[in-house]
Write a protein that binds this ligand. Structure first.
Ligand code: CAA
Length: 295
């Protein structure tokens, strides 16, 4: 006799090799999650400098996990050993799943999906980690849009449990089922949603973050007090300005712009100071300065 559960399990697709294109904050975090779970990871960056930075993100994050006794030295070296670092996109040819986590630009992502068409096998699933661009539009750059899906991890990816799995109108049901099962196997909590800018969490989050920026900009309260109010009054692990520094002000600005352009409401019109800080190169933690200063 076969129970429904075991029937589903026997049909589930096996994933062995995962390609990650873009090893910035998110890509490196996603690579860590898969390597931690025993998958072979091919991590791609555009040049040697960016590849070096990606490697550093991974070393830094896993060293932190060792210090916090979340993994041993041996597990860390095994984890890093499962990742192939490369500047050749063609090296993802053998991957069962390719996740892109490159810059939040529609043209860059479409161009990448166009290139992947000639590289990966017919059965490979292509995923985007976009937080606000249209997965449907990205998928049209590829000849197999039914095999394209959104997998939106949260920052920091090794720690946050949520993954939004985004289905477009053409995403095949089997692809959705396989990817959702894969995320559960990683110890994540997947939620499924349609292709609307911001998906679930960012739609609810970014109006709040932007509002905090305008409160700061208007000198209504200090950055420390704005953050303290939400931490100690509402139980958030971080205040909104510290969270923006973690997300990256450039990324936050792009997300707000996209949501605003889609005609939502004034809540998402990026506060002017956000743009000024981005122009000045104050992008948050990754550049050592945002709303706060970092070592
Ligand atoms: N692997 C496994 N575990 C790790 C780890 C790693 N690489 N690095 C850290 N951890 C663990 C730590 O051991 C620690 O666990 P315990 O609490 O059990 O000891 C936990 O993760 C927290 O780590 P830290 O001590 O390093 O950091 P912290 O306690 O100061 O918390 C934080 C930092 C996790 C970022 C927390 O403040 C938080 O959750 N903040 C909110 C983050 C958030 O809202 N993210 C979403 C942003 S929006 C987004 O991402 C979407 C988008 O599209 C922009």
């Amino acid at each position: 006799t076969t129970s429904p559960g075991s029937a589903a399990a026997s049909e589930a697709r096996t994933f062995t090799t995962i390609g990650i294109v873009g090893l910035g904050t998110m890509g490196a975090g996603i690579a860590e999650v898969f390597a931690r779970n025993g998958y072979a990871v091919v991590g791609v960056e555009k040049d040697e400098d960016a590849l070096g930075r990606g490697r550093q993100y991974l070393e830094h994050s896993t060293t932190r996990a060792v210090k916090r006794e979340k993994m041993t030295d041996l597990e860390q070296s095994e984890l890093l050993g499962r990742i192939t670092f490369t500047t050749e996109l063609a090296d993802v040819a053998g991957a069962d799943l390719v996740i892109e986590a490159v810059v939040e630009s529609l043209e860059t992502k479409k161009d990448l999906f166009r290139q992947l068409d000639g590289i990966v096998g017919a059965d490979t699933i292509l995923a985007t980690n976009t937080s606000s661009l249209s997965v449907t539009e990205i998928s049209t750059a590829n000849s197999r849009p039914g095999r394209v899906i959104g997998v939106h991890f949260f920052n920091p990816a090794p720690v946050q449990q949520l993954v939004e799995v985004v289905r477009t109108v053409v995403t095949e049901q089997q692809v959705l089922d396989d990817v959702t099962a894969l995320m559960t196997g990683l110890g994540k909590t997947p939620v499924v949603c349609g292709d609307k800018a911001g998906f679930i969490a960012n739609t609810l989050l970014f109006g709040y973050l932007n509002h905090a920026v305008s409160m700061y900009e208007g000198r209504y309260a200090s950055r420390e007090d704005i953050d303290a109010a939400m931490r100690f009054g509402c139980g958030y692990p971080m205040g909104p300005l510290a969270l923006l520094d973690l997300i990256g002000l450039d990324t936050a600005y792009e997300i707000l712009e996209t949501m605003y352009r889609q005609g939502r409401d004034r809540l998402h019109a990026p506060s002017p100071i956000l743009k000024q800080m981005v122009t000045a190169g104050w992008l948050g933690r990754k550049t050592g300065r945002g709303f706060y200063t970092y070592e």
